[in-house]
Ligand binder design. Structure first.
Ligand code: MV4
Length: 406
């Protein structure tokens, strides 16, 4: 019975007593006799130990094999591998820094400003920008202690700080036998405190030629790391359209639907087939990019009150719809938005033939969408989609700070 669903209680609401508790997840998998676990995009999705535990229990972990997951978790290592195969990286450390004196020495070589990053970090935690010798000492110690707290390893490295870059990522799909393809880029520059708010595909800054170069770089890196399943290779694009590899993510990402809309490839289906040991049935030359897709992350947060999380019961609920308009969500009228989890409650996704048409479709969809009972980020999205700089595609990672902070 292929579509029958069984539900098992995995514990109380706090995530560390349920979704993050490996033994509870494995128990639920055992009692339901599942063949595989899809870890989603939060919780245990990038936990190498969990992938190993699944393997030892004969349950397929739908994601990279433990060695590949471990490889992408080490930012200094992936930087080194990228550099060794000719993928451009930002001038900076060859390895983790010994101490603040080494950081100062390197900063003098490459020039201020520099950015300190956690070697086993990601997503912006443990990062500090330094403009001079005095601030680098504090930055080094702060980055080190935050890295230790958040990632249990205080190792940090350093790069030249690129001012106001675009954040562009390439989706890759890799089977277990060394075949790798890319599905183009996503422009993810509209973010706040390292949380993406709006994503689009393709990027208004990426030409077919640049897409090819970034795609080939991403494929080469995945190959060099012996990576499998789906992943994302993150780049910064500077004002002269130079791209630089920054880090790789070994999970499906929240914004995967926009890539699915423009390529027609069901990325989650690919993850499952790859985890089942199937060979990639797609060739790069058969991947085409059609039209333009945009996603707005609808969060249960009050954008007028410093994005304070908002919980409560959903009242009136009307997700927008129509041709090429989709609202991916688990909520409904009467649903209780819990304070225990991430505030993402839905993804409003549009697909049109052109960026201009997609923006219009998103404006219409945002106007029609009704979610009562809690505060959401919809009013912020309406303002973004009215902003001439956004409409002109003139965006970078500073966009929200520059135009939308008090
Ligand atoms: C950078 C950078 C500028 N120069 N690296 C942010 C998330 C993480 N994946 C890497 N990030 C950045 N890395 C260099 N060499 C700018 C960012 C960045 C950022 C940094 C500080 C404050 C806000 C930011 C927002 C987006 C990107």
């Amino acid at each position: 019975m292929p579509y029958e669903t069984e539900t098992v209680c995995i514990g109380p609401a706090p995530a560390n007593k349920s979704y993050l508790d490996m033994s509870r997840i494995i128990s639920a998998a055992e009692v339901t006799d599942v063949e595989a676990i899809h870890p989603g995009y939060g919780f245990l999705s990038e936990n190498v130990h969990f992938a190993e535990v699944c393997e030892s229990c004969n349950i397929a972990f739908i994601g990279p094999r433990p060695e590949a997951a471990r490889a992408v978790g080490n930012k200094v290592k992936t930087r080194e591998v990228a550099k060794s195969i000719g993928v451009p990286v930002i001038p900076g450390s060859e390895s983790s820094l010994k101490d603040e004196n080494e950081a100062i020495k390197l900063a003098h070589q490459i020039g201020y400003p520099v950015i300190l990053k956690a070697s086993f970090g990601g997503g912006g935690h443990g990062m500090r920008i330094a403009h001079n010798d005095i601030s680098i000492v504090n930055s080094f110690l702060a980055a080190q202690s935050e890295a230790k707290n958040v990632f249990k390893d205080g190792a940090v490295y350093l790069e030249k700080f690129i001012e106001e870059p675009r954040h562009i990522e390439i989706q890759i799909v890799a089977d277990n036998y060394g075949s790798v393809i890319h599905l183009g880029e996503r422009e993810c520059s509209i973010q706040r405190r390292h949380q993406k708010i709006v994503e689009e595909a393709p990027s208004p800054a990426v030409s077919p030629d640049l897409r090819k170069k970034m795609g080939q770089a991403a494929i080469a890196l995945a190959g060099a790391l012996n990576y499998n399943n789906v992943g994302t290779v993150e780049f910064l694009l500077d004002k002269n359209n130079n791209f630089y590899f920054i880090e790789m993510n070994g999970r499906i990402q929240v914004e995967h639907p926009i890539t699915e809309m423009v390529t027609g490839v069901d990325i989650v289906k690919k993850q499952i087939k790859i985890a089942a040991g199937m060979k990639l049935d797609l060739k790069q030359e058969n991947i085409t990019f059609n039209g333009h897709s945009i996603e707005c992350r609808i969060n249960a947060e009050d954008p007028m009150d410093d994005f304070r999380p908002s919980s409560g019961t959903i009242g009136r609920y009307y997700p927008a719809g129509g041709l090429g308009v989709r609202f991916d969500s688990h909520i409904y009228q009467g649903y209780q938005v819990s304070p225990y989890y991430d505030s993402l409650i839905g993804k409003l996704i549009v697909h049109r033939n052109s960026r201009d048409e997609a923006i219009k479709a998103m404006q219409r969809a945002l106007a029609e969408c009704i979610i009562d009972g809690i505060k959401t980020t919809i009013p912020l999205h309406k303002a973004i989609f009215k902003h001439t700089k956004f409409i002109d595609g003139q965006i970078d990672t500073n966009f929200l700070n520059r135009y939308f902070s008090k």
